[in-house]
Design a protein around this ligand. Structure first.
Ligand code: GLA
Length: 727
């Protein structure tokens, strides 16, 4: 709910358990932030921000700098005395960077539309109210609209901005972040997700120190290395208690996410497009739209934050028809064959898979051009008939005859120097004229900001899609962007490249999902380098990591699931010894870990041991039994092997509190230790839960307060599921 109190000129944004309050100050019309936290009844919290009226510029021009540098602003600006991280910076025609926005008007609407060209959350009239505040910088003739989405059922506030040039001259936007949030002087710790290839989204937590600290990507994608998520928590915050202020960015390109702790220990959280690689020339009448930042406040620890993100994304971000549906269990041939396959090999996998209940064959990299390794052919999306005689149609029909769906891998944004496409259009690869562009995995990135290149890529995708019954696409992206220049952009617009690139990726994915509405799209980028909310808008699932080792996956999936729903985490059972690190784990454990995601296989089913092959039908049954719960339920993190070194555990509970699935993985067995107790969370204390295997029943209060006792398992890397139902 959004209210505006005319008397004290205060806006109040209420979600079920939070309040966010700010107001208009000074004759000038600054927007000043007062409060964000637990829900409060009144709105008279102005005293929190304006403690000394003498500092207001209208009262005292002498001390404007003092006011600018110590006031909590709703959206910070550069160049006029606020020396903390600015949210916006604008250069005028002489190159001077300064702006200052004054309140003009506001509008409150019901329902939330998506942004124009960018992915964003959406909601109908009952679910979300939107506040748009218009401010103006008179010197620049620049209009700034702050957009707030306030959800009625979730503790979520979304933020984005629009900048409109009302003047007669162009201006240069050299920084337009989506959100800036000035918080109270409390002690905080900062949580971020760092990583690398095969080790994405590792949770990192450290005390907040003075000055600026943050994370940022300059790779053109969100990346495995950095993640557009940030949380400030009060010390001692756990899954179940403590205060959490979290931000996540609905964007798939260069971002920055940081906190500046100023001289008075007031933190400013900021999130938006990375200014280091961004500049935008805004001509008269043009409008620039920023991506969206999602903000969540929880006074009940990290678990509540996580479940709020999950509910929001499942209901108000992912659009695919698959969002509430069970995904077909797929078998992907990447780790099974790499580039060494042909129709017969794929069909032999499909035949064996069909016997076990697997539902879809996904043909990964290597089916097109002359691609027999990763040195050639990206860009030539023509079937290699030497490998696949009869083409895609024949293969797909045969797979379909076996009762399996068919899915395909593509990396549409790329071109290899050794490709017909590159030989015909060398200038389509991103490069700076006169400078040799660097390769990565022997490939260049296509300049899809150019209309003719984008059309080529779209037609290539469309031709593949129309050539056979393709029901799933794995859209990959295997290198960062560098040597940036576009032949279509003049010098004064070259700084727009990265953002235009992301807009073009979105345009292609929009066309794909609009033209083939039933398609199941899975995004991927060298594993989990494009796991972000922007991608989730188009694909209900994203490949989590190329590291499919069950033990490593515990950390990767823990870090991913802190923000993203289990239904979105691409997770497969792969062969052992694991291809990334040579570790062997039980087939059963691999299944239990993959069950926490989309679930599938990535192995040569014709070559694994008979014993393991015989276990697949049971795992398939397990998936069908539990996937509704895993996909739609509430996720609780119970123990973290990352923290304790030996035991990992999580549970999923149905929304009606009547069914619970607990998974625990004993990562390292320990001699002569008492069995581990695992304390369940979020149950109805008054309900009686029955263990579906043993038939024993316990009250929800007992399971939460006394816990369950984990079975002592012989050896390392062992796991168990415990399934409770209310009878
Ligand atoms: C990336 C993906 C893998 C696989 C290969 C194919 O690394 O993450 O799953 O598709 O590309 O080249």
């Amino acid at each position: 709910m959004i209210t505006f109190n005319k008397e004290n000129k205060t806006f109040k944004l209420d979600t079920p358990s939070t309040s966010y309050v700010f107001g208009i100050e000074d004759d000038f019309g600054y927007l000043v932030h007062y409060y964000y936290g637990k829900k409060i009844k009144g709105d008279n919290v102005r005293y929190l921000a304006i403690t000394d009226k003498n500092f207001l510029p209208c009262e005292n021009k002498r001390e404007k700098m003092t006011f600018m540098d110590c006031t909590a602003f709703e959206y910070s600006t550069k160049g006029v005395g606020d020396f903390r991280t600015p949210a916006i910076s604008v250069k005028n025609e002489i190159g001077a960077a300064a702006c200052e926005f004054a309140y003009v008007s506001h509008e409150i609407k019901k329902g939330k539309k998506t942004l124009c060209k960018l992915p964003s959350t959406f909601a109908d009239e009952n679910d979300c109210d939107v506040l748009e505040i218009t401010l103006v910088d008179k010197c620049l003739d620049l209009r700034l609209v702050l957009v707030y989405g306030v959800f009625n059922d979730f503790d979520v506030i979304t933020r984005s901005v629009r900048v409109e040039n009302m003047g007669a001259k162009p201006v240069i936007l050299d920084r337009v972040l989506s959100a800036s949030l000035d918080l109270d002087q409390k002690e905080y710790e900062l949580i971020t997700l760092f990583g690398t290839w095969a080790r994405e989204r590792t949770i990192e937590r450290k005390p907040l120190r003075h000055g600026y600290q943050g994370v940022a990507s300059m790779r053109g994608i969100t990346s495995a290395q950095e993640h557009p998520f940030l949380a400030l928590v009060t010390p001692g915050t756990t899954q179940t208690q403590g205060e959490v202020y979290a931000m996540n960015f609905v964007y798939s390109g260069n971002f920055e996410a940081g906190v500046y702790l100023n001289q008075f220990s007031m933190p400013r959280m900021t999130m938006g497009i990375n200014s280091e690689t961004f500049e935008w020339k805004l001509n008269p009448t043009e409008v620039f739209e920023s991506p969206e930042t999602v903000m969540i406040y929880s006074s009940e620890g990290l678990g509540k934050m996580t479940r709020t993100f999950h509910d929001l994304y499942r209901n108000h971000l992912i659009r695919s028809p698959y969002k509430n549906k069970k995904r077909p269990i797929l078998i992907n041939n990447w780790e099974a064959t790499y580039f060494d396959f042909n129709t017969e090999k794929l069909l032999s996998i499909a035949r064996e898979a069909a016997k076990t209940g697997i539902e879809m064959l996904v043909m990964d990299d290597g089916w097109f051009g002359k691609r027999n390794d990763d040195n050639s052919s990206l860009g030539d999306w023509i079937v290699n008939e030497e490998k696949l005689p009869g083409g895609l149609k024949y293969l797909v029909d045969e797979v379909n005859k076996l009762g399996l769906k068919f899915g395909i891998w593509m990396e549409p944004e790329m071109v290899c120097p050794d490709s017909d496409l590159y030989r015909a259009h060398p200038d389509w690869a991103i490069a700076i004229p006169g400078r040799e562009a660097g390769l990565c995995r022997n490939q260049y990135v296509l300049d899809i900001t150019r209309a003719e290149v984008l059309e080529y890529v779209w037609n290539a995708i469309k031709n593949v899609m129309d050539s056979a019954n393709i029901e799933y696409v794995k859209w990959d992206m295997n290198r960062p962007l560098a040597d940036i220049a576009s032949l279509s952009l003049p010098a004064d617009r070259m700084g727009e490249f990265f953002h235009r690139y992301v807009l073009s990726v979105y345009e292609l994915q929009r066309r794909l999902t609009d033209s083939y509405p039933e398609l199941l799209l899975e995004n991927c980028s060298s594993g989990g380098g494009r796991f972000d909310p922007g991608m989730l808008f188009f694909s209900p699932q994203i490949w989590c990591s190329d590291d499919t080792d069950a033990m490593e996956r515990l950390h990767i999936q823990e870090g991913t699931a802190i923000v993203y729903p289990l239904s979105s985490m691409g997770a497969h059972v792969s062969d052992c010894p694991n291809h990334v690190l040579g570790r062997s784990t039980d087939f059963e454990t691999r299944g239990h870990v993959a069950l926490a995601g989309t679930f599938g296989y990535e192995l040569d089913i014709t070559k694994i041991s008979e014993e393991e092959r015989n276990m697949i039908p049971k795992q398939v049954e397990m998936y069908h039994k539990f996937n509704d719960l895993v996909r739609e339920g509430d996720y609780y993190r119970l123990m973290s092997a990352r923290e304790n070194g030996y035991m990992d555990s999580w549970m999923v509970k149905s929304k009606d509190d009547n069914e619970v699935l607990v998974t625990y993985v004993s990562v390292v067995n320990r001699a002569n230790e008492k069995p581990v107790r695992i304390f369940l969370q979020g149950l109805d204390p008054d309900k009686i839960y029955t263990n579906q295997e043993t038939g024993e029943s316990y009250g929800g209060d007992i399971l939460m307060n006394a816990g369950i006792v984990a079975e002592k398992l012989w050896g390392d890397h062992k796991s168990r599921l415990v399934h409770f139902k209310v009878q």
